[in-house]
Design a protein around this ligand. Structure first.
Ligand code: S3P
Length: 174
């Protein structure tokens, strides 16, 4: 852990947009450390996300998510992969903007659904709301929170990671 920073690079986007794989690749390419918000939540709670949803519901999960997000101000500069729903709370959107440069990985719904591995680990996919409704609700929130939007459709993980790095370099953020 380095000095506390508000200079992180944060990846947001719908489930299946590639945040986890792209953040890993970006971390390798830049040498910056990697933080996976969902993994942090699971480590803090000593249980997996579906169990957290079962025990405290989505609202409870969101409270923990906000708490973990706030904690990132104490961490050295990192690439941060966020859960797909992190933008739902206005407070989270405010914290994200404060934490650093927010990159939105944009993906069409059908491609996101096709890319999702281990759907059983995503409780929202087996909930009562159609996934298209969840997707439509979130698009404006991703757009509102992002500093940079990267189109991911039809691109490989490596292409997306290098596209993110290129834009960050152009902006003097890397
Ligand atoms: C969620 C996405 C998941 C995880 C949780 C809730 C969401 O992360 O945070 O299941 O609301 O979209 P991924 O986007 O990494 O799947």
């Amino acid at each position: 852990m380095g000095e506390p920073t508000n200079n992180h690079i944060l990846l947001i986007g719908f489930m299946g947009s590639g945040k986890t794989s792209v953040s890993r690749r970006m971390s390798k390419l830049t040498g910056l450390s990697l933080i996976d918000l969902d993994q942090r939540i699971e480590a803090l709670e000593h249980r997996k996300i579906p169990e957290i949803f079962d025990d405290v519901g989505e609202a409870g999960f969101r409270r923990i998510e906000t708490q973990v997000l706030r904690g990132l101000t104490q961490e050295g500069r990192s690439i941060v992969s966020c859960g797909g729903g992190v933008v739902l709370e206005a407070e989270n959107r405010r914290i994200l903007k404060e934490l650093g440069c927010v990159i939105y990985l944009k993906v069409p719904l059908d491609e996101a659904v096709g890319r999702i591995s281990q759907p059983e680990t995503r409780p929202l996919l087996s909930g009562s709301r159609p996934v298209s409704e969840i997707y439509d609700e979130r698009i404006p929130l991703y757009e509102e929170t992002a500093d940079i939007t990267i189109e991911t459709s039809g691109r490989s993980v490596h292409e997306i990671a290098t596209a993110c790095i290129k834009v960050l370099e152009e902006r003097g953020a890397l």
